[in-house]
Design a protein around this ligand. Structure first.
Ligand code: S3P
Length: 170
């Protein structure tokens, strides 16, 4: 059975949408960051601080390689789709949705988040550059791009569920 992956920049709504989609489609839901924190027994900022970002990226790839073979919904961390190997694994094992949001909306949500080390070390302008530089990777990773601007969570969830049902047999 195939997985449903949600990819996109930090603060684009992957977790909020994943939880609601799980309820709507009656499929289990996993937040990749939470699972990594649980496995490692450390917070994301602690992993970055003690072992560095490169190590965190390896943990992400290991997670994708080894995660249980189960039809489920997974919200990925914002950097996951940047890696080509990760994109390959996700596309092979599931359907990938890119949640596309405006940088201004994203920035309002993430600007004060102490649990996101990338936000802590970058200026607003640097974050905006990162946002633009990652868009191609999100598009390449995904089967479907979901425009979230001006849509309610409910509308987004219903749209993804519709696409999941449409693409089920393929
Ligand atoms: C990251 C995004 C975070 C988390 C880590 C790095 C990134 O996940 O994996 O802080 O590089 O964009 P969210 O997208 O869930 O915030």
């Amino acid at each position: 059975m195939r997985k449903i992956y949600l990819v996109g920049f930090m603060g684009c709504g992957k977790s909020a949408i994943g939880r609601r989609l799980s309820y709507f489609l009656k499929m289990p839901y996993y937040d990749m960051d939470h699972e990594i924190v649980r496995q490692q027994g450390m917070s994301i900022p602690e992993i970055f601080e003690q072992y560095g970002e490169a190590h965190f990226r390896k943990i992400e790839t290991e997670f994708l390689k080894n995660f249980r073979d189960e039809a489920c919904i997974i919200s990925t961390g914002g950097g996951v789709a940047v890696n080509g190997e990760n994109r390959k694994i996700m596309r092979k094992t599931g359907l990938v949705f890119f949640l596309d949001a405006k940088f201004e909306d994203i920035y309002m949500r993430i600007r004060n988040d102490k649990n996101r080390p990338i936000v802590q070390i970058k200026t607003e302008q640097e974050l905006e550059e990162l946002y633009h530089s990652r868009r191609k990777a999100y598009r390449d990773a995904s089967h479907i791009q979901v425009l979230t601007v001006g849509r309610s969570l409910r509308q987004i969830v219903e749209y993804i569920a519709f696409q999941v049902n449409r693409l089920k047999g393929e």
